[in-house]
Design a protein around this ligand. Structure first.
Ligand code: C2G
Length: 381
């Protein structure tokens, strides 16, 4: 165990026995750029056993009692819900799934910074830890906690698996990135979550994403009502799982009347990594910058979302949000056309969290200004 950790990432060595002091409070900051974006810390061997429903229900009851009590979190009510297999079992089987090996609890956090993310998650982890839920595994992405698995020490070491989902990263979604997959959960499921009683146990109140059947269709595909074993699950059943971004690239623009010059730049930017994120200057910011695009921000964003190599599109609302964007998207490469060569707005973030800055040659002979003039001339005639 000791050897692996020290070799892996030059991170502080982890005394095995006292997880909470080191736990989460010292989320692994990005080390010299974005390599090794997934970080896992294992405190106990992770054994997947099948538990009787009564054991799982007892640990769910204990966890729900804690999570439903804002007093335990200084007045903050953690937005929590049961997810994936636990929700599927509750709806389809009116119980836990047969041979179920864990309880899937999800916590919704609003992303403001990695430090804040660690602080928010720590409130939940500490509360559970104080009530004999022992942390056995932590997973981070870009220094942000994504999963903490616990053993219920009062109840046969039943496995409570907590995933943290973040709003404020991907527009309209909550995002979780774990060892193997990225999940972008439509925000509506979380924001409309509903408190329901576990079947047959009036007082065991759990929250479920709502409408829960739409959520199960999103998570398990259209065939969610058909019981399937693990190896029978195919792409249609796991369509919502995306590959973990390894190298993320960021670029900004007005993108008015999207044209070949824009397309060339975006394509070259996408080739620098496996996850291209595009910022669209908001209408308000265009006005501040003295620009008057013909299209509004959503009309300019829409064609970008249709480009297969564009993974994320967001509206840029202020000029100095680049550092925040580099952190929340875990950016390795920042790209812009060479009409911005050495511009302070880009130079000031060169190297921020290891980001590399690239000026790419513009495509000659085409511009939105030109197209706007042509359109206006066309309308005038
Ligand atoms: N571009 C290009 N070739 C063209 C036209 C544009 O390579 N013929 C590039 C620009 O250099 C820019 C991107 O396409 O990197 C988007 O261009 P615009 O929509 O004109 O964006 P701009 O107003 O330059 O905004 O903070 C930076 C700005 O947001 C970039």
């Amino acid at each position: 165990m000791g050897a692996d950790i020290s070799a892996a990432a030059k991170l502080p060595s982890l005394p095995y026995s006292i997880p909470d002091r080191l736990f989460l409070g010292t989320g692994p900051e990005l080390i010299g750029g974005n390599t090794g974006r997934i970080f896992m810390r294992q405190h106990r061997n992770f054994i997947k056993l099948a538990y009787p429903a009564s054991v799982l229900r007892e640990s769910l009851r204990r966890a729900a009692k804690l999570l439903n009590d804002p007093e335990r979190f200084g007045g903050w009510q953690p937005p929590w819900w049961i997810g994936v297999g636990t929700a599927l079992g509750m709806v389809r089987e009116q119980n836990f799934l047969p041979n179920e090996s864990d309880i899937d609890v999800r916590i919704g956090l609003h992303y403001q910074s990695n430090q804040q993310a660690c602080a928010d998650a720590l409130k939940v982890v500490r509360c559970l830890y104080r009530h004999d839920f022992l942390p056995i595994r932590e997973v981070y992405f870009d220094g942000r906690p994504m999963q903490v698995a616990f053993y219920d020490q009062t109840n046969d070491h039943a496995l409570l698996d907590v995933y943290f989902f973040y709003s404020g990263v991907s527009e309209g979604h909550y995002v979780n990135v774990n060892t193997a997959t990225l999940r972008r959960k439509p925000a509506a499921f979380v924001e409309n979550r509903r408190a329901v009683s576990w079947p047959g146990y009036q007082n065991l109140k759990v929250n479920v994403p709502w409408p829960v059947e739409d959520y199960l269709a999103w998570r398990f595909g259209p065939e969610w009502r058909i019981p399937k074993r693990g190896n029978e699950l195919g792409p249609i059943d796991n369509a919502c799982l995306e590959p973990v971004p390894r190298v993320s690239v960021l670029t900004y623009g007005t993108w008015d009347l999207l044209h070949a010059g824009h397309h060339n730049l975006l394509q070259r930017a996408a080739e620098m990594g496996d996850h291209l994120v595009v910022g669209v200057v908001s209408d308000e910011l265009c006005a501040i910058k003295g620009k008057s695009p013909l299209q509004n921000e959503q009309q300019r964003a829409a064609p970008l979302r249709d480009l297969p190599f564009v993974k994320e599109v967001f509206i840029q609302r202020n000029l100095d949000q680049k550092e925040f964007d580099i952190e929340r998207f875990g950016i390795s490469h920042l790209v812009v056309g060479d009409d911005w060569l050495n511009h302070p707005r880009f130079e000031q973030v060169r190297g921020y969290r290891g980001v590399q800055l690239h000026y790419l040659p513009r495509t000659p002979g085409i511009s939105s200004t030109q197209l706007r003039a042509a359109q206006q001339a066309g309308q005038a005639s």
